[in-house]
Design a protein around this ligand. Structure first.
Ligand code: PGA
Length: 251
């Protein structure tokens, strides 16, 4: 069970090993060890070991993979497996990020497999869910995230569900400068929390961190973080600068 707020940086296709080293030197110099929150960096696969090495004296900061392939190994040129991610130092794997779904055509079925492989490797799947603008305008947000959640957990047992993480990231808010209001975020986090209680008891369901993501920045981070049922933040653009990121994670 993970009760501390989780503040995660999704670097996407930014920061190779050299940039990441410089970033972390600067970031660590101004970010003392955090007792009351867990920080996570999701670098590119090529940068994962560099980041894990730079953070080996900082147990408060975890490293995660942005994606893994839906098969454990084999003739899949260009892909990365969950065991490789673990070997490189990852503890968490993002599954079903909106860019995976909408740019690369990832399906609910592949999130089922990726969550299962991740949990079997004893890593934490961070399942991302979220509706498009059209789905929101059609009033189907709750059913979309419930469907994505159901697919992500389809092959997990209760203990694996209890140790996963969720991220609610409305597609229309990612990288657009439009953020969900804290009330909107709380509403959908409530939908996800209720979905968790269909498979877990109340206490275990309450222990699954549900992060919000989508245009989080220095100005809105602390308000979002204090919204009911928001247990953390998943941040893209605003995590790329070490000074700005340090100030957000300490907010
Ligand atoms: P953003 O991205 O903060 O740049 O909107 C968030 C994400 O995609 O995880």
């Amino acid at each position: 069970m993970h009760r501390k707020p989780v503040i995660a940086a999704n670097w996407k296709l930014n920061h190779g090993p050299t940039d990441a080293k410089h970033f972390l030197q600067r970031f660590l110099a101004q970010t003392p060890r955090q007792q009351d929150r867990t920080l996570i960096f999701f670098p590119s696969a090529i940068t994962l070991t560099t980041v894990a090495d730079a953070l080996k004296d900082r147990p408060d900061i975890w490293v995660g993979a942005q994606n893994v392939y839906s098969e454990p190994q084999g003739a899949f040129t260009g892909e990365n497996s969950v065991l490789m991610a673990r070997d490189a130092g990852a503890r968490v794997v993002l599954v079903g990020h909106s860019e995976r779904r909408h740019v690369f055509g990832e399906t609910d079925a592949s999130t089922t497999k990726k969550c299962a492989l991740t949990a079997q490797a004893r890593l934490i799947p961070m399942l991302c869910v979220g509706e498009t603008l059209a789905e929101r305008e059609a009033g189907t947000t709750a059913s979309v995230v419930e469907r994505q959640f159901a697919a992500g957990i389809a092959e997990l047992d209760d203990a694996q569900i209890a140790s996963m993480m969720l991220a609610y990231e409305p597609v229309w808010a990612i990288g657009t400068g439009r953020t969900a209001t804290p009330e909107d975020a709380s509403d959908i986090h409530g939908v996800l929390r209720r979905a968790l209680t269909t498979c877990l008891d109340e206490r275990a369901a309450a222990g699954v961190p549900i992060l919000y993501g989508g245009s989080v920045n220095r100005g809105n981070a602390s308000t979002l973080l204090t919204a009911p049922d928001v247990d953390g933040l998943l941040v893209g653009g605003a995590s790329l600068d070490p000074d700005a990121w340090s100030s957000i994670v300490r907010s």
